[in-house]
Write a protein of this length. Structure first.
Length: 129
């Protein structure tokens, strides 16, 4: 599960990799799929490209994420914008998210299933700017 308001699966664009369990749940094999129309996990394009953010959903390479299994049963999250050597990480002291190379504990993500939300739950306004 991701952190805070980013934990909702609808904010992710996910592409399945070989060995990750088969075809994407909304079809298209490894082509990827959008699981919502509002905001998606993205990367700020500032030349450094290590800061993740929620941005208005679109067909952007920073919003196309690949989950690759680590040997310990967790997953590594990379995206098409920063490439296969840079993955979603967290700082050890603050747990704030960032993108980093290598193999660090903050880059090992355990995925858990999320059930339906009963009733109507308001989602706070998010400013993509």
């Amino acid at each position: 599960m991701l952190w805070g308001s980013w934990s909702a699966a609808r904010f992710l664009v996910v592409r399945y990799t070989e060995g990750s369990g088969g075809e994407a749940p909304c079809g298209g094999g490894s082509a990827g799929c959008w699981l919502g129309d509002c905001f998606s996990l993205d990367v700020i394009n500032d030349g450094i490209n290590t800061t993740p953010c929620l941005a208005a959903t679109g067909k952007f390479t920073g919003q196309t994420w690949t989950l690759t299994p680590w040997p310990d049963g967790t997953y590594r999250l990379t995206n098409d914008f920063t490439g296969p050597d840079t993955s979603l990480d967290t700082y050890g002291d603050t747990h704030d998210p960032w993108l980093n190379t290598g193999d660090h504990t903050g880059q090992h993500w355990a995925l858990t299933g999320a059930g339906p939300v009963p009733g109507t739950v308001p989602i706070p306004a998010l400013d993509p700017a």
